[in-house]
Design a protein around this ligand. Structure first.
Ligand code: SDX
Length: 423
């Protein structure tokens, strides 16, 4: 069998180089030795948006975009959604193993006590305008939490675990507070007698009597959003964390990246699209606008999945369970008609555009009584364990240093300053 190497001939010099192939990659730095002349900097690889660049080795999550496969720590997402709970999945992502009964009990206890947030944060939440977007509040307040934890600047295994638990637990509390602030209601502290999902609904709606089918549906949604390897917001978490910024500052940057409508903000945008379409008979007209590049079909397409997002399949099924309790959301029919039309249209099929995690999730959130501007907050609450696990992995990866890509300079050559009269 041929050796796992790449032979590269630089035709500018006739020199040949043998590059090692490891895990399907070659090291970008190996190209630096390829120089056209002695004073040459050497070659770099050029990969805008990192579409074909592995920036790390990670054991947290496995994605197969062609096959539509998603596994956390080797466990298929379908099995975790059916049998596990969000706190247990958070443990798996961080520790790489499912917990024993006693480990899960103490993990849950730590999450419950960490869910309490310092009252000073209530004053910050209350200082925002009533119509402030909850994601803007969440990003600001998670960074503010870091100012209450100066110890988070000392990096130890215990400290990384402590700060990760704090982020996972407190994001639900402050996310719910953002909603209560927007709706002019008293900010509620978590109730340790409730599950993570039930507590999130209680802190938002003030009702501890949560239908177990709705509690399970939210828990499944949180599990499905918990991690997704090197997506845009995780890249922000790792990149900011690589400067030795603390976990709270890094998580605040990840929330900022998730806020964008091309990423986590898509779930909010999907409801906007469905409401604008309104009824099934308007679907064809909207699809034509997409094909004419006047619109994006939000909730469709993915950088990695060139197949149906496995999370969308599970969410679509979970929606039926929720609607048994809440009644069917009329927009579900519009969504199903939109999906069916797109999946039969070559514009989408040829580009391998399928529903992603955001296409149906908003319909469940809306059925739970959650307003659209809170959808991406729910995504952030779900993704926090993944961000924490990836941040911790980056901090303990001996190959990682401060993230600092290079560039190809395309600006003007050196020129002399000229006073304003000479311009
Ligand atoms: C998430 O990375 C992750 O894992 C993210 C995520 C996670 O869990 O962290 O899975 C969560 O962010 C899911 C994606 C949510 N975003 C949306 O639903 C927004 C709509 N989708 C698109 O913006 C787009 O599909 C992206 C951003 C998701 C992916 O874009 P890519 O990989 O950069 O693909 P592209 O823009 O190069 O598109 C390829 C072609 C283009 O057409 P051509 O120029 O080749 O003719 O497909 C078209 C695009 O115009 N296209 C779409 C489209 N998505 C891609 N056309 C219409 N509607 C769309 N949604």
């Amino acid at each position: 069998m041929a050796s796992d190497t790449l032979t590269v001939t630089d035709n500018r010099t006739g020199n040949s180089f043998e590059l090692e192939i490891n895990d399907g990659t070659v090291r970008a730095m190996d190209f630096r030795q390829m120089k056209a002349s002695d004073d040459d900097f050497g070659l770099m690889t050029y990969d805008p948006a990192y579409t074909n660049t592995a920036a790390c080795r990670s054991g947290v999550t496995y994605l197969d975009g062609e096959g539509g496969v998603l596994r956390y720590g080797g466990y298929p997402i379908e099995q975790l959604a059916e049998h596990s709970t969000f706190p247990e999945v958070a443990y798996l992502l961080y520790h790489g193993e499912l917990p024993s009964a006693s480990a899960l009990e103490s993990w849950n206890a730590e999450l419950k006590s960490a869910a309490i947030v310092d009252p000073s944060i209530k004053a910050i939440i209350s200082s925002f305008n009533r119509d402030a977007h909850p994601m803007g509040m969440l990003q600001a307040v998670v960074a503010a939490l870091g100012t209450l934890h100066p110890e988070s600047k000392e990096f130890t295994p215990e400290g990384e675990l402590r700060d990760s638990i704090a982020l996972i637990a407190k994001t639900a509390t402050v996310g719910a507070w953002a909603y209560r602030h927007n709706t002019g209601q008293e900010l509620l502290d978590p109730d340790p007698d409730l599950s993570y999902a039930a507590n999130l609904l209680y802190m938002m709606f003030g009702d501890k009597d949560v239908d177990p089918r709705l509690e399970k549906a939210l828990d499944v949604l949180l599990i499905l959003h918990a991690d997704h390897e090197q997506n845009c917001s995780t890249t922000a978490m790792r990149g900011v964390g690589s400067s030795d910024a603390d976990a709270f500052a890094s998580a605040s940057s990840a929330i900022g990246a998730l806020y964008g409508p091309l990423h986590g903000g898509a779930n909010e945008a999907v409801l906007g699209v469905l409401n604008r379409i309104g009824t099934k008979d308007k679907v064809e007209g909207f699809v034509e606008k997409v094909k004419n590049r006047e619109e994006l079909l939000m909730g469709f397409g993915h950088r990695v999945y060139k197949n149906y997002d496995p999370r969308a399949t599970i969410i679509k099924a979970a929606a039926d369970d929720v609607f048994e309790v809440t009644g069917v959301n009329p927009l579900l029919e519009v969504a199903k008609a939109l999906e069916a039309t797109a999946l039969e249209d070559d514009f989408f099929v040829s580009r391998k555009l399928y529903p992603n995690v955001d296409f149906y999730s908003g319909l469940i959130y809306e059925a739970l009584g959650i307003p659209t501007e809170m959808f991406t907050v729910m995504f952030a609450v779900g993704r926090m364990p993944g961000w924490a696990a990836q941040w911790r992995e980056m901090r303990n990866d001996k190959e990682q240093k401060i993230a600092r890509p290079r560039q190809v300079y395309v600006g003007p050559d050196e020129r002399d300053y000229a006073g304003v009269d000479a311009r």
